[in-house]
Design a protein around this ligand. Structure first.
Ligand code: SF4
Length: 808
């Protein structure tokens, strides 16, 4: 080791069978330089499995991992048989029970896959990836039985079994090895017909010593092949996740790659062979005989020892581990030097660019140049959630890291909204010139604030109801009667709110600015900070509709017609209910009694151990739900909310801890709603308000806990839908159905837990649990059978079905 901290592994490739029933001529296990498989047991012995499981558990404990993935691999892993695989799964589950989440996948050629295997995988939640190279002709170039027979029909039958209603929750995708002799579009279309939730398009393993097949004189045929599919995929509207493209899009936007073949992320994977030896990635088998070996194994060494092996340690330090040529390369953060094995050349070992260097450069540059507005937005929104994150969310949960990814994506998305309002506002003829002038001033102030204090701007642009404001503005600007009224708010007032956004950012960033902002509902609103309410009317003082804000180091002066007030900036930032002192237009204190009174109402914060949530009762764009927003709370009412919130949070932490990390990271605002008739516990969440939950204040804190958990499910799903198409948007009922089913996954879990608490309402809780379980399972089946889900949507809903099935 070089003294740097060890990066733990969280993926383990466990070889359960080292032989195969096919004889594919491009297989890197049997047809490569490394022939170590010959000396290993065909089937993994039970002693190796139990020892491997203990080593993984030991590693989990040492590094306090909250999740690991085990990939059952071969050879052909199904040759281990149903009983053999069951024994492996039980051993792993027993070893890791109570320590961390275990995700298991199996990569198979599929020819043996049948209902018995699928039932086993369903019982243990094993995702299944199948290798197939395209249509019959493409597949039969390489993937054949030893006697030359085609494997195509058997593999497609297996995929049909997986993509059917019964087992679709297991189907994790198709792995296709590229052969440039195949027509890329035919390969793409034939694979898409099989409804995969994800495609992997894999470059055939090769090195500088054994380069991939190419037409003489061509250096980029693999790029051209992939580009043909990328262009078609893009034109089709991204109907399936394609890991190579997803990874490039994500890394171009500064995110993480989803494959070890691209990007700069450290290696976090160890292979465990059927004899218990630790190995590096299988792909290294193409380099030279013995290349993946570490000389270590489960019986003698910990996984930490394997990670300290020089071969693995050499891929832990990002760009520093790459060749000099790669370090200078303009696309290095996306490419990462390509797959490690593909860099090998006798003499210089792995200190080279990839043998696919020209292809990778061309492909990455092409994708970078072809990302249109929508794709850029998706990229900015972190288009690629990690696979773990999607799986976690689909199961109805999502930890702090996953919610952090969603939040980051929403912030990126929201950052694009003010510019959309600004540009659209300037381009629409119906917008009055005076409103356009104010838009320009506000935009310039926001740009300056961003230059001098980007954190402050990010904080304001990340507020939940910024999107509700932008969507309202863009909606009005898109209508033929754009200048017409909408409620009692003019278009100029809506657009002018950009000035208030810029002012809030300037105040937070301690910048100086002079801005004109609209009076909305009789108040000057500063998003995330509070509002200044002047006089007793709600229509503005003396007919004024705008206020002028002068923001200085210590003071914020507000002028409204002939009146003026000044507010101490530090106390505004601290959320204090500070006085609004009357002042003259130049800022000097006014003679007492000559100005109308004004009240500064700061945004207040609900707190409990480990969580802080804004109580949002001033934002003029918060009223975006079906049930109306409550007016500003009195101090007594706020105190009641604070008490109930503290108790509800304690309930969540003690009895529903799986939801607590997500809420602690993602719940940023709570919006009180008007009481409902007959005391109904109304609550809501909206796509336009990421991080916010709206609710009445129920009598029982446990009910508030339930409402928070339920509505935050909707917040999560909305953010997922911002990134991925899970269903055909033409089917308008699907979003509501999916939203209800996803929210009720958590409701079911809530009552399941409560029924087991032994409290006075145990019988009622058990009854509710049964009701919601049946109701939610039925709703999931309705969504699953709608015929309108995308391949990814089928996979997502399949995981939901899995979650409700195991909640019994
Ligand atoms: S494109 Fe070539 S030089 Fe650039 S990082 Fe990739 S392999 Fe290295």
């Amino acid at each position: 080791m070089d003294g740097r901290a060890l990066i733990p592994a969280d993926q383990f490739v466990l070889k359960v069978h080292s032989r195969c029933d096919l004889a594919c001529d491009h297989c890197y296990v049997y047809e490569s330089a490394d022939q170590s498989w010959r000396g290993r047991p065909a089937s993994v012995p039970s002693g190796v499995v139990s020892r491997a499981a203990l080593r993984i558990a030991e590693h989990v404990k040492t590094h306090e991992l909250d999740r690991v993935e085990v990939v059952l691999h071969g050879g052909e892993p199904l040759l281990a048989g149903v009983a053999g695989l069951r024994a492996v799964l039980v051993e792993l589950e027993n070893a890791l029970h109570g320590l961390c989440r275990l995700d298991v996948k199996i990569h198979t050629n599929g020819v043996l896959l049948n209902e018995k295997f699928c039932e086993l995988f369903s019982q243990h939640g094993v995702g299944v990836g199948i290798s197939l190279d395209g249509d019959r002709m493409a597949n039969d170039r390489h993937r054949k039985y030893r006697d030359g027979r085609s494997s195509y029909d058997a593999v497609v039958r297996a995929i049909r079994l997986l993509s059917g209603d019964r087992f679709m929750h297991l189907y994790s995708g198709i792995l296709c090895t590229i052969d440039i002799a195949n027509d890329p579009i035919r390969v793409y279309e034939s694979l898409l017909e099989l409804d995969p939730p994800r495609l992997d398009l894999l470059l055939p393993h090769a090195t500088w010593d054994a380069p991939p097949p190419r037409t003489a004189g061509s250096a980029t045929e693999y790029a051209d092949w992939l580009i043909a599919i990328f262009d078609r995929w893009q034109a089709d509207g991204y109907p399936v996740r394609i890991r190579t493209f997803d990874s490039i899009i994500a890394t171009l936007a500064g995110g993480d790659s989803a494959t070890e073949a691209l990007g700069l992320a450290p290696v976090r994977m160890v292979v465990i062979e059927t004899d218990g030896s630790y190995e590096q990635a299988d792909s290294l088998k193409v380099a030279y005989d013995g290349a993946p070996a570490t000389g270590l194994g489960v019986f003698t060494h910990s996984l930490d020892s394997a990670l300290e092996h020089p071969g693995i340690a050499a891929r832990q330090h990002g760009i520093a581990d790459l060749s000099a040529a790669c370090q200078r390369c303009p696309v290095v953060s996306s490419c990462g030097g390509g797959m490690y094995a593909h860099r090998y050349r006798t003499g210089s070992d792995f200190d080279n660019p990839s043998v696919y260097c020209d292809d990778l450069l061309k492909l990455i540059n092409h994708i970078s140049s072809r990302l249109p507005h929508v794709a850029r937005n998706r990229a900015q929104a972190g288009h690629v959630l990690s696979e773990d994150a999607v799986a976690e969310l689909a199961s109805g949960l999502g930890g702090a890291e996953t919610i952090g990814q969603l939040r980051q994506g929403q912030r990126s998305l929201q950052r694009g909204l003010p510019v959309a309002v600004y540009e659209t506002g300037l381009s629409v003829p119906a917008v009055p010139p005076s409103a356009k002038d104010l838009l320009r001033t506000a935009w310039q102030a926001l740009a300056l604030a961003d230059r001098d204090g980007p954190d402050a701007v990010n904080a304001v642009l990340g507020l939940p109801y910024l999107r509700a404001w932008a969507v309202r503005c863009l909606g009005r600007l898109g209508r033929s009667d754009a200048a017409g009224g909408d409620g009692d708010r003019s278009l100029s007032a809506d657009l002018g709110h950009l000035g208030a956004v810029a002012a809030a950012a300037a105040i937070r960033g301690r910048a100086h600015a002079r801005l004109t902002v609209p009076l909305i509902d009789g108040s000057v609103h500063l998003p995330g900070l509070g509002r200044l309410t002047a006089g007793l009317t709600v229509s503005g003082a003396d007919g004024e509709t705008q206020a002028v804000l002068e923001i200085e180091a210590d003071w914020v002066r507000v002028r409204l017609g002939a009146d003026g007030w000044r507010l101490p900036r530090p106390r505004m930032l601290a959320g204090d209910p500070c006085p609004a002192e009357p002042c003259t237009p130049d800022g000097a204190p006014a003679v007492t009694g000559t100005a109308r009174p004004a009240v500064w109402e700061p945004v207040r914060v609900l707190t409990a151990p480990g969580i802080r949530v804004t109580l949002e009762d001033t934002d003029p764009y918060r009223d975006c739900y079906q049930w109306p927003a409550a007016p500003r709370l009195t101090d007594e009412e706020f105190a009641r909310w604070q008490r109930a919130f503290g108790l509800a949070w304690r309930e969540i932490q003690e009895h529903h801890p799986a939801y607590a990390p997500a809420l602690a990271v993602g719940l940023t605002a709570l919006m009180p709603m008007m009481p409902a008739p007959a005391g109904a516990d109304v609550s809501a969440a909206a796509r336009q308000g990421f991080g916010a939950v709206a609710t009445v204040l129920p009598d029982n804190p446990a009910t508030l806990a339930l409402l928070l958990i339920r509505e935050f499910q909707r917040v999560k799903l909305g953010a997922v839908l911002d990134r991925y198409d899970l269903f055909d948007p033409a089917d308008s009922r699907l979003e509501e159905l999916l939203d209800g089913a996803y929210a009720n996954l958590a409701v079911t879990e809530f009552w399941r837990v409560r029924a087991g608490l032994g409290q006075h309402d145990r019988a009622e809780a058990a009854e509710r649990y049964q009701y919601w379980r049946e109701h939610t399972a039925a709703a999931i089946e309705t969504v699953a059978g709608s015929g309108a889900l995308t391949p990814l949507g089928r996979h997502f809903v399949g995981q939901m079905r899995n979650a409700i099935a195991v909640s019994g």
